[in-house]
Design a protein around this ligand. Structure first.
Ligand SMILES: Cc1cc2nc3c(=O)[nH]c(=O)nc-3n(C[C@H](O)[C@H](O)[C@H](O)COP(=O)(O)OP(=O)(O)OC[C@H]3O[C@@H](n4cnc5c(N)ncnc54)[C@H](O)[C@@H]3O)c2cc1C
Length: 300
């Protein structure tokens, strides 16, 4: 039996060998990885990382901000989806990194804790959102963080908010490639009906503007400046609906690239480069990708 498989299994993880990542990314693209590892709790994640000390690995939350190459990758991917416990401590909440943001929002609504309503509808996990400092409608997840537990050099440590940097789609975790296991967050008391109404309003706006019914990885590009709207700029170039292979600039929101069914990694990368070139020609602006790209086992 494969030795690494056996050790990961003994560490308390479930492991699938040669699993296609296209089944785990929201854009439905991605080749096979040697080990797809599902830790069943924080301790099995910790042990899995010890097992993988000499084997390359990546962390995945819910795969909603990822573009992965189609060729096989000789890596392990640790997917945090089973680390999804939430504990309430007064106005503070202790949440594991694999918890879907949407579930956290629903939990907060029942607990009558407000402020995270803007994140209802971001389809990622809490860990992925903290790593990316995900945000929408003027709010960012980093604002509500009290402390974050990470695995650093094989040890679990808590970083308090004054030790953490959050920027626009940027964080200490992204810069230092830290593995997030849990977060302590704090929120203000609010009536359930008020929270519910805000969540429904944000969700309605999303459903109106975004192509949620097609596979995508969300907004492809970062906003280069406060006053530059990427979607509007791409739309002004007449590129809505433009296709390369199976990848298409969404007809509904030009900031999204959707997989029309047969898109490959190359189709999406070519479309990204094409858009960057056109936007640079017309507006003199260099677009950077917001989506994380896994290519040759490296993060781009
Ligand atoms: C339809 C749609 C709408 C979206 N809308 C928004 C939006 O409004 N605002 C917004 O900000 N984003 C949005 N996104 C993008 C995405 O949902 C967010 O970036 C989300 O926070 C990513 O979480 P994830 O769990 O899916 O991360 P993944 O895609 O799995 O991973 C993203 C990155 O985070 C890292 N990561 C994940 N978990 C951990 C962890 N526990 N520890 C360390 N690193 C980790 C991964 O290694 C990877 O580099 C949208 C995406 C889609 C498909």
């Amino acid at each position: 039996m494969d030795k690494i498989f056996e050790s990961l299994y003994k560490a308390g993880c479930d492991v699938r060998m040669f699993e296609k990542l296209s089944c785990h990314t929201s854009i439905k693209i991605g080749g096979r990885v040697k080990y797809l590892v599902l830790p069943n709790d924080v301790f099995s994640l910790e042990r899995a990382i010890t097992v993988l000390k000499d084997f390359p690995f990546q962390i995945m939350g819910l795969g909603t901000n990822l573009l992965v190459q189609d060729e096989d990758l000789d890596i392990a991917v640790l997917k945090t989806e089973r680390l999804n416990q939430i504990e309430i401590k007064g106005e503070k909440v202790l949440v594991e990194s694999g918890t879907p943001l949407k579930r956290l929002c629903l939990f907060l609504m029942e607990a009558e804790l407000g402020e995270l309503e803007f994140a209802y509808g971001i389809p990622g996990s809490v860990g992925g959102a903290i790593f990316m400092n995900a945000g929408a409608y003027g709010g960012e997840i980093g604002e509500f963080i009290e402390a974050v537990e990470v695995l650093k050099d094989g040890r679990k440590i808590w970083l308090s908010k004054n030790e953490i940097f959050f920027g626009y789609r940027d964080s200490t975790f992204k810069r230092e490639k830290l593995i997030i296991t849990r977060a302590m967050m704090s929120f203000k008391k609010e009536k359930k009906e008020t929270i519910k109404a805000k969540m429904e309003d944000y969700m309605r706006r999303r459903l109106e503007k975004q192509p949620l019914d097609l596979p995508s990885a969300g907004s492809v590009f970062k906003r280069p400046r406060e006053d530059f709207y990427v979607g509007k700029a791409i739309e002004s170039l007449g590129l809505k609906g433009y296709r390369i292979g199976g990848a298409q600039i969404s007809e509904k929101h030009a900031g999204f690239i959707v997989n029309t069914g047969s898109a490959t990694f190359d189709d999406v990368m070519k479309l990204i480069e094409f858009v960057r070139k056109k936007v640079k020609e017309k507006y003199g602006v260099e677009l950077e990708t917001e989506v994380e790209i896994w290519w040759n086992g490296r993060q781009w």
